[in-house]
Design a binder for this molecule. Structure first.
Ligand code: FAD
Ligand code: NAP
Length: 534
């Protein structure tokens, strides 16, 4: 601790030690910048440190949800499953930090509370919750898109006498549900994963659902030596091919309208994609997320899967999602719908009021009390802006980021925001981020920022800031592209609709990774067009 002393000075402060912060540190070191990573958690890994709930795993084919920057690592690391579990991914991230000896520059259990830009010195002054101070030329936010847990304001939350969990802040010790009365609120991706697992152990599991989700079958499996050998031999080609796709996934990409073919053919293609497993079902035609009629074909396909699986007619009816498929993020499951055929699982459809009250012994919904030993809140995150919003960030002329983003986040390329010089956001709002396989997307942003810092140094400049005009154009473009899709038709976290009072703005950039990469490259080629360098 250096409270009361002069701030410790670095070229760069990176906030967050998830996949983004770790790679950013690696790049900064390589360029000879002094850097310190400040991380609130007791370990590195971000998402994979916090989300330790049973069943937590990634939903992108493992080999593509891994760093590409370290050629030898790609060859040496052996993934065990198609969709590796949280412990395996966390082990991988720790292995990367060991391998590159990153630990000396990472400071854990350090939550950044305040960041103020000193215009005279062109430096950021950073203060932690513990009162420690740092000064840096560049401040790089690697705080994550899905890192601020959403604890809904349900009356009586503090009264519950049983064990209360949020999936995004799961305890480190093993949680045993054996024989217990477990309640899960929320049926998004986290809820789906925890429900499947908890049902196997619980005495009784009650699922409290507000909106039924579309859950696509994962077809997870143990990888064979042959799978791994294939990837290792072809990883360049495979990664390059993935980069050319909209979201950086390997996908069955088909640039054809679902309405250009017969309903039967459309179903065959959907079945093919379903059997291949994974969340790329909707790329089997090019207009599922832009044309309502096409979308209905995909909706009905998944509803039929549910109808064919769930035995109890009442439960089946409740599980049928009715909103536009792909409007909320698709979930990946393993026999999720089949879980509701178990005798020890009950589905409660919440009304408008949601969970009315939490009591000492359980919760009240639909005017009935449900007695519970354990309550799991799988209620998601204040996404994209939540973690940044918790920090008092003050830019030029005393303007705060909260004020600048009061009507929704405003960035240029999701990388910088006007009025906040030398402040970068990795996978910030306005970039493809959560609409893509996030690891290549993170690497792309980190590489762009690293290249930019290196160029700034070469030019002898000290300051870079997004120009207002370029930012306004980028925001308008992002809104325009999003308006061409069906993404505004439901209350998703992409729109901020899961957080009461949050402005409804479609936050990620939906123009696709290839177009976005090109734009970023063109900006650099034109001498950082739209950025002011001093
Ligand atoms: P994070 O991993 O969120 O790390 C951010 C870090 O910043 C955290 O450790 C946090 O503690 C720290 N931090 C935040 N604020 C502060 C502060 N004020 N001071 C200090 N530290 C701070 N994406 C995919 O592409 N595929 C998947 O399969 C996938 N699965 C997911 C599963 C779950 C359960 C969740 C929640 C998300 C998933 N994601 C997935 C998205 C995932 O968040 C990203 O893939 C990726 O892990 C993000 O890395 P990051 O470093 O940007 O952010
Ligand atoms: P989420 O998608 O936002 O789901 C939250 C769930 O909680 C929704 O079902 C929501 O219902 C419900 N909910 C929220 N507040 C509620 C309340 N007050 N009362 C009742 N229900 C309430 O959050 P998530 O499941 O944590 O997933 C967030 C994102 O993280 C995902 O979309 C994905 O990007 C990522 N993720 C990925 C994986 C993976 O498989 N790799 C796993 C977990 C998370 P409504 O829909 O009605 O709002």
């Amino acid at each position: 601790m250096n409270s009361g002393k002069l701030p410790r000075s670095f070229d760069c402060i990176v906030v967050g030690a998830g996949l983004a912060g770790i790679y950013m540190l690696y790049r900064l070191r390589g360029l000879g910048f002094s850097a310190r990573v400040l991380e609130a958690a007791g370990g590195i890994g971000g998402t994979w440190y916090w989300n330790r709930y049973p069943g937590a795993r990634c939903d992108v084919d493992n080999m593509f949800y891994s760093y590409s920057f370290d050629e030898a690592l790609d060859q040496e690391w052996d993934w065990s499953e198609r969709y590796p579990s949280q412990p395996e991914i966390l082990r991988y991230i720790n292995h990367v930090a060991d391998r590159h000896d990153l630990w000396p520059d990472i400071q854990l259990e350090t939550r950044v509370a305040v960041a103020v830009y000193d215009e005279a010195e062109a430096r950021w002054l950073v203060k932690t919750e513990e009162g420690e101070q740092f000064s840096a030329r560049f401040l790089i936010m690697a705080t994550g898109c899905l890192s601020a847990a959403n604890l809904p304001e349900i009356p009586g939350l503090g009264d519950f006498k049983g064990r209360l969990f949020h999936t995004g802040e799961w305890p480190h010790e093993e949680i045993d549900f054996t024989g217990r009365r477990v309640g899960v609120v929320g049926t998004g991706s986290s809820g789906v994963q925890v429900i499947q697992e908890a049902a196997k152990a619980a005495g009784h599991l009650t699922v409290f659902q507000r909106t039924a989700s579309y859950v696509v079958e994962a077809f997870n499996r143990t990888l064979t030596d042959e799978d791994r050998t294939y990837f290792k031999a072809n990883h360049h080609e495979l990664r390059e091919a993935a980069k050319k796709t909209f979201g950086g996934f390997t996908t069955i990409a088909n640039d054809q309208s679902a309405l250009a073919v017969t309903e039967e053919h459309c179903r065959e293609k959907l079945e093919e994609a379903w059997q291949a497993g994974g969340i790329t079902l909707l790329t089997s035609f090019n207009d599922f997320v832009s044309n309502e009629e096409a979308n209905q074909r995909a909706q009905e396909f998944v509803r039929d899967k549910i109808r064919a699986t769930v035995r109890d007619p009442e439960t089946r009816e409740k599980l049928l999602p009715r909103h536009v498929i792909g409007c909320k993020r698709l979930c990946l499951g393993t026999n999720y719908y089949g879980t509701f055929n178990r005798d020890n699982v009950t589905l409660v459809q919440l009304g408008e009021k949601g969970v009315e009250k939490i009591t000492a012994d359980g919760l009240i919904a639909n005017n009935s009390e449900f007695k519970l030993d354990d309550l799991v809140l799988a209620t998601g995150f204040d996404a994209m802006t939540g973690a940044l919003g918790k920090i008092d960030i003050e830019g030029r002329d005393g303007q705060t980021l909260r004020e600048a983003w009061a009507a929704g986040p405003r960035t240029y390329l999701g990388l910088m925001s006007h009025g906040f010089p030398n402040l970068f956001t990795i996978t910030g709002p306005g970039s493809p981020s959560v609409l893509s396989n996030m690891l290549p997307t993170i690497e792309h942003h980190v590489d762009w920022i690293a290249g930019c810092l290196s160029d700034i140094r070469k030019r002898g400049a000290a300051i870079i800031e997004a120009e207002m005009e370029a930012q306004d154009k980028w925001v308008a473009h992002g809104n325009e592209v999003a308006s061409r899709t069906l993404r505004y038709t439901c209350s998703s976290w992409y729109l901020g609709a899961n957080i009461p009072g949050k402005p409804r703005v479609f936050m990620p950039y939906i123009g696709g990774m290839p177009a976005y990469r090109k734009t970023c490259e063109a900006v650099v080629a034109k001498g950082y067009e739209g950025f002011d360098l001093k």
